[in-house]
Design a protein around this ligand. Structure first.
Ligand SMILES: *Cc1c(COP(=O)(O)O)cnc(C)c1O
Length: 388
């Protein structure tokens, strides 16, 4: 059976070119980048070259870029690391209501355990935050605003520039999680006007376990780890040289292919959406059709649970994702769908198909061919679905 992978927002295969360049730093140039001898120096050069390359890509200084173990860690440093600095003067943070758990949960931790006040910036039906809502929530008690650049479930691209400007005018720090946008659309920290930005490698054909956090010069941050002077003491731990090299190369390839990939994925996604829409009744598109990362196609099949669709498609060799979390037999719709105000009957049936470089029209045709009977069967069993 052919295996069709439509879960590129969860992770991507490593580009063979990236894997090859990395292997050198596992086997041959294996030195510890903090050692002063020749082995260490070679590793250090590779690490700093990677840093320079990534910094240039997002338009910051190399000194403003810190390597981490990935998106989750970058987000945690941004949320926890900055707020620790403000403990005495400020006690309020604002995060987008469709953020990734890597931002949500440290914010919840501060709220539950450290007495921080926490507000969620609402979104409209397409997943966009508004400037006026942010203006309303922000105050001189606010230490940080964190709103993601592109959403992982819907691909919706926020107007970060406008939101960051508001935070800026109130002298409040602004962080954005750019894990889903980096390498897919232009990400320029100066143009966006952000103080911090998270990115990683494994959503863009790089390795898992490496990421980076841009921290604008002058922003104070308390480290989460102690135990060495790596990354200027902000993120101690022996540097992941192979990972950093892999991240830089993955970004370089992504930037070279950006226009071409964007065009191809937009066309494939449009083809897929239209085909599903004409073959199956009661399908809702989730997110913004225009302002999104085109590879992300989030569809709700009204009246059935996303989990059931996911499992049925898996049996046909098709890998996709549902944002919902299954807890003790009942499915809770994802917080993203709930925040977007989707009615439960729609939110529960949300499925994310995320396309990638290997996706073909033939694969998408096969998916639709399998979806038609799957949806029909599941709806015939559904107690809530009523044919319109
Ligand atoms: C995947 C993802 C993360 C987590 O990144 P890891 O490198 O897997 O820790 C954070 N934010 C977003 C938006 C993501 O899609």
């Amino acid at each position: 059976m052919e295996q069709i992978y439509l879960d590129h927002n969860a992770t991507t295969p490593v580009d063979p070119e990236v894997a090859e360049i990395m292997s050198r730093y596992f086997v041959k140039d294996f030195g510890n980048a903090s050692s002063v001898h020749n082995f260490g120096r070679d590793a250090k050069v590779a690490l700093e070259n990677a840093r320079e390359q990534i910094a240039e890509f997002i338009n910051c200084e190399p000194a403003e870029l810190y390597f981490t173990s990935g998106g989750t860690e970058s987000d945690n440093i941004a949320v926890l690391g900055t707020t620790y600095q403000y403990k005495r003067r400020k006690n309020h943070l604002i995060v987008g209501s469709t953020e990734h758990h890597a931002v949500f949960e440290p914010a919840e931790f501060l709220h539950q355990k450290e007495n921080w006040e926490l507000d969620f910036l609402p979104v409209d039906r397409d997943g966009f935050c508004t400037a006026s809502d942010l203006e309303e929530l922000i105050s001189d008690k606010t230490a940080l605003v964190s709103v993601m650049h592109a959403n992982n479930e819907t691909g919706t691209i926020q107007d970060i520039k406008t939101l960051a400007q508001i935070a800026n005018s109130h002298k409040v720090l602004f962080h954005t999680d750019a894990v889903q946008s980096i390498g897919k659309i232009r990400v320029d920290v100066k143009e966006l006007g952000v103080d911090m930005l998270s990115l990683n490698a494994h959503k863009i054909y790089g390795p898992k376990g490496i990421g980076a956090l841009f921290i604008r010069q002058g922003v104070k941050i308390a480290p989460l780890f102690y135990g060495g002077s790596h990354e200027k003491k902000r993120r101690p731990g022996t540097e992941n040289v192979a990972g950093a090299v892999g991240l830089a190369r993955a970004l370089e390839i992504a930037s070279q292919r950006m226009e071409q990939d964007h065009k191809k994925l937009s066309e494939l996604a449009d083809y897929f959406i239209d085909k599903v829409d004409s073959a199956i009744a009661d399908v809702a598109f989730n997110g913004s059709r225009e302002k999104r990362i085109p590879q992300t196609v989030n569809l709700s099949f009204v009246g059935i649970e996303g989990e059931s669709i996911l499992l049925s498609l898996d049996l046909e060799g098709i890998a996709c994702s549902s944002g919902s979390a299954c807890t003790s037999g009942s499915t809770e719709p994802s917080h993203v769908m709930t925040a977007m105000g989707k009615p439960k009957i729609e939110a529960q049936g949300a499925i994310r198909f995320s396309l990638g470089r290997s996706t073909t029209v033939k694969q998408l045709d096969y998916v639709v061919e399998k979806l038609i009977p799957t949806i029909e069967r599941l709806r015939s069993l559904s107690p809530v679905y009523e044919k319109g």
